[in-house]
Design a protein around this ligand. Sequence first.
Ligand code: NI
Length: 145
Amino acid sequence: MVGMSQLARIGVAIDAELLETFDTYIAEKGYQNRSEAFRDLIRDRLVREETEAPNKEVVGSLTLVYDHHQRNLTEKITSLQHDFHGVVVSTLHVHLDHHNCLEVLILRGKSKQVRQLADLLISVKGIQHGQLAITTADVGRIRKH
Ligand code: NI
């Protein structure tokens, strides 16, 4: 793959107790060794830093749970999605039970637009839970492999 860099080895001095806690944590997460766990933590932190820049191009998934019987709710969230039609790539709707719906929106655009739409949707009256996960398609130096 273009841009694949050679491996560099580093030595890290770390408090023994902190390392023990870390080893327990990564074992619970299923990591086979510390190196991959360190790399994932570093990449996660870098993605978070990068995607906080307002003009950074990001992709995100927004999960919403709501009762579709709530008055005007579905109209409001549909209207908001049309206001941001350039940002909404795709939506998935699951009827969880008689009342509740789960909607997952795939969003793409500038970080500030994606966050603004997510905030507007999550704050609509009747949305029971909403959560935005942001990442970047432009991983560059933080490419996983
Ligand atoms: Ni539904």
